[in-house]
Design a protein around this ligand. Structure first.
Ligand SMILES: [Zn+2]
Length: 426
């Protein structure tokens, strides 16, 4: 594919180059050249398009679409209990259908990659939608969990990493649900797998004050300090939320080179608080929507707007539009340990690209490149015209090529069944 004569390309390279009238040549899943007057490949006229590197959603749970709007306006733990009771009634067919819908909604709003904390059986469904999925077998263990069950989970996690490590668009990770649902043994062994295979170690950290207190009560340490104590804090860490960190926690994260997945909408909605991103100097921070049950949207452009706004309480420059675009692209790639492969429009990188309509009413008018960047963050509704993942067109004319009509029916039929059950929260 040759993307010809792009009106404006936010390349998100080290210099944050904004190019005009530029061509991008894609071959075998990679960007092979960026420049003017290029030839070769099937030409796509991009003279009325804005190009971005595909956005990267650093934290989500795709099957949780099943409980979108089910138990809103509650705090994390009661919300989680209510949601999990419903999810427990779903079978894999429902969860796989929900995952496909979530993936398509992300693709159609310019997200080309997501870091999904759920289970490995989603791999083929996510791959079929065309999205790039960082995925693993999410493990949890309590003190009284049968060691055999933990062992089985770890074996499964490792087999998945080995089986998918060379996949084009499925990138194995090792997720542990959270510090409040983990034993030291689980954290050490799961992190050991991540370290051995050099893949991301994905975990919820300090999402709520209550979660922090549970950890302090049980272990006398904050979640971050406990992970560090377990030898599980290093550059492979993808720490979701990080709302309630101490100065010492931030210092440990900075020194370990771990990354943070910032999910401001979900944190606001559940009343969890606001992660102090401006205080996380030197820590790579990516944006995450969290799930369609806690957000309730999967649109990373809307998340970018929230992220830019929520830190401005006293200082409007606390987090700028440019920083937020970084957090959705190049910085997110760093969080997931793939800065060499994703996050910018540069020769040699994987061809994950998004093309927007330059005449979209929510992008117009604009005052130069800086104005257009501002519009992308503050006014754009997120509709992508064309989305390319690993060199393949997966969204054309604003619609994903992967059909999900059957999935929508399956999920709605499930929700109709839940709605009639007693015990639904008021
Ligand atoms: Zn989460």
């Amino acid at each position: 594919v040759l993307l010809k004569d792009i009106d404006t390309a936010f390349r998100q390279d080290d210099d944050r180059t904004v190019a005009h009238g530029v061509d991008v040549l894609v071959r075998d899943g990679r960007i092979v050249e960026v420049g003017e007057g290029l030839s070769g490949g099937d030409v796509v006229d991009c003279s009325d398009r804005v190009a971005l590197p595909g956005l990267i959603n650093c934290h989500t749970h795709t099957p949780n679409l099943l409980t979108r709007g089910y138990s809103d306006d509650r705090r994390l733990f009661p919300w989680l209990d209510a949601n999990e009771a419903v999810i427990a009634a779903a079978d894999r067919e429902h969860k796989r259908a929900a995952a496909r819908i979530s993936a398509v909604r992300m693709l159609e709003t310019g997200t080309t990659a997501c870091n999904d904390m759920w289970n490995t059986y989603l791999a083929d469904d996510l791959a079929a939608t065309g999205i790039r999925a960082f995925l693993g077998h999410a493990m949890a263990a309590f003190d009284d969990t049968d060691p055999g069950v933990v062992e089985e989970g770890l074996d499964h996690a490792e087999r998945f990493v080995e089986g998918y490590r060379d996949h084009r668009t499925v990138h194995p990770t090792v997720p542990v649900h959270s510090t409040y649902r983990a034993t030291e043994r689980l954290v050490r062994d799961a992190h050991g797998i991540a370290a051995r295979h050099d893949v991301p170690f994905h975990v919820h950290v300090s999402e709520t004050r209550e979660g922090n207190e549970r950890c302090l009560d049980r272990r006398g340490l904050t979640p971050t300090a406990w992970l560090d104590d377990c030898g599980a804090l290093d550059r492979r860490g993808v720490l979701a939320h990080c709302v309630h960190l101490t100065d010492d926690d931030r210092e440990r994260i900075r020194e370990s080179d771990a990354g943070v997945a910032h999910c401001p909408s979900a944190n606001l909605k559940l009343g969890s608080g606001v992660a102090d991103v401006p205080a996380m100097d030197g820590v790579p921070v990516g944006l995450g929507t969290d799930s369609a049950a806690s957000n309730n949207d999967l649109n990373l452009f809307r998340e970018a707007r929230t992220a830019a706004l929520v830190h401005k309480r006293a200082d409007p420059a606390a987090i700028t539009a440019g920083r937020v675009l970084d957090m959705a692209t190049r910085e997110a790639a760093a969080v997931l340990g793939v800065a060499d492969e994703l996050g910018s429009i540069e020769a040699g990188k994987r061809a994950d690209l998004v093309l927007l309509d330059a005449g979209d009413p929510t992008l117009c008018p604009h005052h130069g490149d800086a104005g257009l960047l501002s519009n992308l963050v503050y006014s754009f509704h997120g509709h992508a015209e064309t989305v390319i993942v690993d060199g393949e067109v997966v969204v054309d004319d604003g619609s994903a090529l992967a059909g999900i009509d059957d999935a929508v029916e399956i999920v709605q039929a499930f929700c109709d069944g839940v709605g009639g059950r007693p015990g639904r929260p008021g």
